[in-house]
Ligand binder design. Structure first.
Ligand SMILES: Cc1ncc(COP(=O)(O)O)c(C=O)c1O
Length: 387
């Protein structure tokens, strides 16, 4: 298969072999799943939730997801328009498999998590990365570049906002523009919104309890052209549980779960039950989590901005800082030398496509002390020449 090993694996392998290394290279928090969710899974097992479920998940979970989407975005989905999946990963793959075949291509707003391009390649298609432009202190969508990349074989337009790795968050106007482009060219939009609850606002002290990124669901013109994927992984620190979902038209959902039936089948029954409880009781936890990340974001931004030769676009969402570093024009060599010399593991930007070269990704879902130590070592490394 034509899927290359990620340069991230190289850095992670070095870090894992070094006791005491500081690993800010992964896309997850170092906090465990909260107790109320673990308790719910335990109770679900004892209550007999140990069998297969419908491939698309328990009806009660699909309904709970639909209710949460309505609560957050005031958009109604029927349970038949929701499918629970083995992480957003499975939702993304099932969506790509349903829509992309040999000879087709898919636009991927980049830099982006490698899952999208690799999913398209595994489906026999061609990924077409379209880079975000740098504007002021952040990234912005370049609609002309998007239009220029589309041809008659384009089937899918893939957008992840808030973005891993850049922290960029799409505006509602940009969403409307993409929906219009999708309508004009008969494309489907695949919107990865797994970081929708992790958004920060520089103007607001702290964070409002229901802060949420704009969803494409709010601006769709026809449900046949939109697949939204989401996940429990980042919102509830449930990465290892493997639970996510897709929202689309009932017809698209059916096509997707028919494919999932022969790949993963349903997500684990007790995990789905825990997911219902997470959706029901998790709002206070999410608000606390966002407050914690907001503080870490401030810490990371001021530490990075104080290093000469480092330019940091302000992350608006997710839990990553994505600075451009003069000394990291070869980001794989830079991060490999950094981890070997200092024990600090960061992700090379090129792991998110060639548009990410020259950047590195710092995950700030960690403790204040770990981040302070890691960034102090990064500073010394850069000041001493960065190799
Ligand atoms: C943008 C994005 N989408 C999807 C995923 C996968 O999430 P899940 O754990 O739900 O499969 C990740 C994980 O890092 C991610 O960053």
């Amino acid at each position: 298969m034509n899927v290359a090993e990620s340069p991230m694996v190289q850095i992670a392998t070095i870090a894992e072999s070094m006791p005491g290394s500081l690993k800010l290279c992964y896309g997850e928090s170092d906090m465990p799943t909260p107790d109320f969710i673990c308790q719910a899974a335990h109770e679900a097992i004892l209550a007999g939730h140990t069998f297969y479920t419908h491939t698309a998940g328990y009806p009660a979970l699909r309904e709970a997801i639909a209710n949460k989407v309505f609560e957050l975005h005031q958009v109604r989905y029927a349970p038949a328009e929701i499918m629970a999946t083995v992480g957003a990963t499975m939702a993304i793959y099932a969506a790509i498999r349903a829509l992309v075949g040999r000879g087709d291509n898919a636009i991927v707003i980049s830099p982006a998590y490698a899952i999208f391009s690799n999913g398209v390649i595994m489906a026999g298609g061609e990924p077409r990365p379209v880079p975000l432009a740098r504007r002021g202190h952040g990234f912005a969508l370049d609609l002309d570049r998007v239009r220029a990349a589309i041809d008659r074989n384009t089937r899918l337009l893939i957008v992840n906002s808030p973005s891993n790795p850049t922290g960029w968050m799409i505006t509602e106007n940009e969403q409307r523009a993409l929906v219009e482009i999708a309508d004009r060219h008969d494309l489907v939009l695949l919107a990865d919104e797994v970081y929708e609850r992790l958004v920060y606002d520089d103007e607001v002290e702290g964070s409002s309890p229901r802060a949420v990124a704009p969803s494409f669901a709010r601006v769709e013109t026809t449900r046949d052209r939109l697949i939204v994927v989401n996940s429990f992984s980042k919102t509830y620190n449930m990465t290892g549980w493997r639970l996510g979902w897709a929202q689309a038209s009932a017809g698209t959902i059916k096509t997707m779960y028919r494919a999932a039936e022969f790949m993963t089948s349903n997500p684990a029954a007790m995990v789905q039950q825990a997911g219902i409880v997470a959706l029901r009781d998790g709002e206070r936890y999410i608000a606390e989590l966002r407050d914690h990340y907001a503080q870490r974001r401030t810490q990371v931004m001021s530490a990075l901005q104080a290093i000469p030769g480092v330019a940091l676009p302000a992350p608006q969402g997710a839990f990553y800082a994505f600075p451009r570093i003069d000394a990291a024009s070869d980001s794989t060599a830079f991060t490999a030398a950094l981890v070997r010399k200092t024990g600090v593991a960061l992700a090379p930007g090129v792991g998110f496509g060639s548009d990410g070269e020259g950047y590195i990704r710092v995950c700030f879902a960690s403790t204040e002390a770990t981040i302070a130590e890691a960034l102090s070592r990064l500073r010394n490394f850069v000041m001493s020449g960065g190799s």
